[in-house]
Design a protein around this ligand. Structure first.
Ligand SMILES: Cc1cc2nc3c(=O)[nH]c(=O)nc-3n(C[C@H](O)[C@H](O)[C@H](O)COP(=O)(O)OP(=O)(O)OC[C@H]3O[C@@H](n4cnc5c(N)ncnc54)[C@H](O)[C@@H]3O)c2cc1C
Length: 452
């Protein structure tokens, strides 16, 4: 199907600091980070200023803003032209009184976090990796873990974007209410985000402990106690042998210093060395564990900046269910262990607080996210996803917008209650579909089956 072919090899994208076509050689196609998706065009322009962005938007009928290309599905794809904001990566303003930082939207968390920390500030949470752009992450409701922590988009207090008419639109949490809440998780459909303002808090220290082999029976009996032990809790499992392979506890100190890191934690054993979530892989890529104190931004992600996160050659899917259904949902997937096992690298289970952002999978719903890192065999994974989605169907499961799923548009519309109003927001800022692509047409504006 034209150029959107799922591939098995990785090739880095080209970038430039000029607003000029970026040349790609014929053996170096533009692909997403995992290399599973060859984008529908190699035409990519890199903007250096607001003027560049407005001019590009004004002179094109169809385009997609591209972040750091970490989505696994076609949400960022286009057959027209990409606009990269990679060169726009400055901090615009750090406001200690308002406790906010405003950045240009090409900036990654890996760039922002050391800057904030060096000035005494922190973000409330991070995803498993710092390599992703803030604008791209917030556009898909990217999240970390922690039952009291909202996803990363909940830290957004204002956005600036260029709409389809090339006008500069500013929306803020305090001033624009529901319109702001409709736009933050914007799925790239409203315009080109040019600046993001995030809530900050005083910097803090953390320790990370990993426990191995938590019996599933203990998780079933003590899920709430386990999840409330630390600021952020991640459970890694391969769904085999009725156990959670690894429990990652990210402890905020001194707030949670009462946690004494016992040798045994609900039947799991404290690890005696740093571990990778996929135990067979080297932990060199991972953030420091073993209770060694460190700054928030070097403990909240699992993977270190400067190293390949996760496994690299992989696919990912992730499903959100209401927190109160956590155990039933986990057991439903565990029953599929024989089917899932051969195609899986690892699964991760995380908790996320409820929020009020219209297109967030955690909208008005404290959630548990069940994540799958798959071997890069799309035909096998594509056949398996409907099986998992059927098992999780009774929990009104919502998919991660940036990962692979096959839930129908009709089910998405039924499960995202604000989706019809979101469509109106899209039409307000982009009446003629300048920022639309096949993914948005199918899942948001249409009513047909499929997603990837
Ligand atoms: C190894 C790995 C680990 C991951 N871990 C996590 C995790 O822990 N938690 C989690 O929730 N997700 C995780 N993800 C998924 C990832 O966070 C999301 O896919 C995120 O959206 C990626 O951001 P990006 O900048 O790469 O976005 P892209 O893929 O480049 O774009 C995503 C969307 O954002 C839009 N967009 C980007 N920039 C702009 C802009 N300036 N203006 C308007 N729209 C824009 C694009 O048009 C597109 O619609 C992981 C992905 C990988 C590859």
């Amino acid at each position: 199907m034209n150029k959107r072919t799922f591939l098995k090899v990785f090739s880095a994208a080209l970038t430039s600091r000029m607003i000029s076509p970026l040349l790609a050689s014929s053996d170096s196609k533009l692909k997403n980070w995992a290399g599973n998706l060859e984008y529908g065009t190699e035409k990519q322009y890199s903007a250096n200023s607001m003027k560049d962005i407005q001019e590009f938007v004004r002179t094109h009928d169809n385009l997609k803003a591209l972040g750091t290309r970490h989505c696994f599905n076609t949400i960022a794809d286009t057959t027209s032209e990409f606009l990269s904001l990679k060169a726009m990566e400055r901090v615009v303003e750090l406001d200690p009184d308002a406790r906010t930082v405003t950045i240009e939207s090409g900036m990654t968390y890996g760039q922002l976090c050391p800057y904030l920390d060096s000035r005494g500030w922190a973000l409330h949470n991070l995803a498993s990796l710092p390599h992703i752009s803030v604008a791209g992450a917030c556009s898909t409701a990217t999240h970390g873990s922690g039952e009291k922590n909202g996803n990363l988009s909940t830290a957004v207090s204002a956005i600036e974007m260029v709409n389809a008419a090339s006008e500069v639109i500013k929306l803020s949490r305090s001033r624009d209410g529901e319109m702001f809440r409709s736009a933050v998780v914007g799925l790239g459909a409203l315009g080109v985000i040019t600046k993001v303002t995030l809530d900050i808090q005083p910097r803090f220290m953390m320790k990370q402990y990993v426990y191995e082999s938590l019996p599933l029976s203990e998780l079933r009996e003590h899920f709430d106690a386990i999840e409330s032990t630390a600021y952020s809790v991640s459970l890694f499992t391969d769904w085999q042998e009725k156990r959670i392979n690894e429990v990652w506890l990210k402890i905020r100190v001194p707030d949670e210093s009462k946690f004494g890191a016992p040798a045994e934690f609900f039947g799991a054993k404290r690890a005696t060395r740093n571990l990778h979530p996929i135990v067979a892989l080297s932990a060199e890529n991972c953030t420091e564990q073993m209770g060694v104190p460190g700054p928030w931004y070097e403990r909240l992600p699992h993977f270190r900046m400067g190293f390949t996160p996760s496994a690299g050659k992989e696919l990912q899917s992730e499903y959100f269910v209401p927190r109160q259904n956590a155990i039933e949902a986990i057991l439903a997937v565990e029953r599929l262990g024989d089917k899932v096992g051969p195609h899986l690298l690892i699964s991760e289970i995380r908790t996320i607080a409820a929020d009020d952002l219209w297109m967030s999978p955690c909208y008005k719903q404290a959630s548990v996210a069940i994540h799958f890192t798959w071997k890069q065999d799309w035909p096998a994974v594509k056949a398996l996803l409907p099986v998992i989605e059927k098992e999780l169907g009774p929990f009104q499961v919502r998919p991660h917008w940036g990962k692979l799923f096959t839930i129908s548009a009709a089910d998405l519309h039924a499960r995202y209650q604000r989706l019809p109003e979101f469509v109106e927001t899209c039409k307000r800022y982009d009446p003629h579909g300048k920022f639309r692509n096949e993914f948005l047409d199918r899942n948001i504006f249409g009513n047909k089956m499929g997603s990837a």
